[in-house]
Design a protein around this ligand. Structure first.
Ligand SMILES: Cc1cc2nc3c(=O)[nH]c(=O)nc-3n(C[C@H](O)[C@H](O)[C@H](O)COP(=O)(O)OP(=O)(O)OC[C@H]3O[C@@H](n4cnc5c(N)ncnc54)[C@H](O)[C@@H]3O)c2cc1C
Length: 298
């Protein structure tokens, strides 16, 4: 067991915290320790005092996360509350904290007439999660806007990095290991003026095509080159297919919804069933976009 209890921190430490409370799928096992820091200094002190062998997992809004029933050993850090800063730095530049919801980033940038920024409105996660995933929608992607990032490492030290230090692809980002995002400098484009109307119509389109009232993690699989996962899943006859309480959405085949008290095991089994069926029917191996973490049930 880690020495988290002995650390002198101001933030909140919870033991065996059910991650079902912190994921948009509303499913999943517990975090051994769930830490909500009171400030960045508090977070630094906590990290500096942790045993080197204690696993650390960073939680944003949990909108792309499946935590297996056996839960997450070590520490889950949930720092979104202390990282909600958003400042306009110069004409086209803003500094956004990693805990800021992307929806708030979009709305404020639209008020500031900074675009393209509407696409952030449809992403129900944090800026940190968007940086980790290179989240995108409607032709826009997070890292197209990144000028620099500020991170914290496993020892609690703070760093600045340029985009060139990361390898960024479609829903994939790799960079300095064992570091997490604290904030990003984002740069928007001269002459691209976004509008609330355009944002609202993108959100309306989502409402019409996605099962937004039900617990999900958005698109489960990345789109394969030149095709759409939703099309392949629908054509394989999987819409409405259920395992336990988990169901392939009738409205959008790349969404798996928690229809009725689904466990993480139900959801993971359904992900695997969809992957296998699409491979058998179409010969395409879908790769999941959602992050699947934690231990299998004992
Ligand atoms: C209804 C719905 C619609 C969606 N639509 C879209 C969409 O259009 N486009 C899209 O790209 N995604 C979409 N998503 C998926 C999800 O919202 C994004 O992937 C989002 O970026 C995840 O952010 P989060 O804060 O919830 O991250 P989490 O789910 O909490 O974490 C995801 C990963 O990011 C890591 N992470 C989180 N914060 C940090 C940090 N500060 N530093 C380092 N790593 C971090 C976590 O460790 C984890 O590995 C949708 C989800 C839902 C539920």
């Amino acid at each position: 067991m880690m020495a988290a209890e002995n650390l002198n921190v101001q933030g909140e430490i919870r033991h065996n915290e059910p991650m079902s409370r912190h994921t948009s799928w509303r499913a999943g096992g517990p975090a051994e320790v769930f830490f909500v820091p009171a400030s960045i200094d508090d977070l630094s002190a906590f990290l500096a005092g942790l045993d080197a062998g204690t696993p650390v997992f960073w939680h944003g809004a949990g909108s792309n996360l499946l935590v297996r029933e056996g839960g997450l050993p070590g520490v889950v850090i949930s720092a979104s509350r202390i990282l909600r800063n958003l400042e306009r730095v110069d004409r086209y530049g803003v500094r956004a904290g990693a805990g800021l919801p992307c929806t708030q980033l979009a709305r404020q940038c639209i008020r500031w007439k900074l675009g393209p920024s509407e696409f952030f409105a449809g992403i129900p996660g944090t800026v940190g999660g968007a940086l980790a995933m290179n989240a995108g929608a409607h032709g826009g992607e997070t890292w197209e806007r990144v000028e620099s990032v500020r991170t914290i490492d496993r020892q609690g030290e703070i760093h600045e990095h340029a985009p060139a230090e990361y390898t960024v692809g479609y829903r994939s980002v790799t960079g300095p290991s064992n570091e997490w995002f604290l904030e990003a400098m984002l740069r928007f484009e001269p002459g691209v003026v976004p509008s609330m109307e355009a944002m609202k119509s993108l959100l309306e389109r989502r409402k019409a095509t996605q099962p937004l009232g039900l617990p999900s993690c958005g698109s489960v699989f990345r789109n394969p080159p030149g095709d759409y996962s939703a099309r392949l899943i629908e054509a394989a006859g999987l819409k409405g297919y259920r395992i336990g309480g988990a169901e392939v959405s009738e409205k959008h085949a790349n969404f798996i919804i928690n229809r009725d008290n689904a466990s993480a095991t139900d959801i993971e089994a359904l992900i695997e069933h969809v992957r296998q069926t699409v491979a058998d029917v179409h010969g395409v191996n879908l790769v999941h976009e959602v992050r699947i973490v934690g231990e299998a049930p004992a």
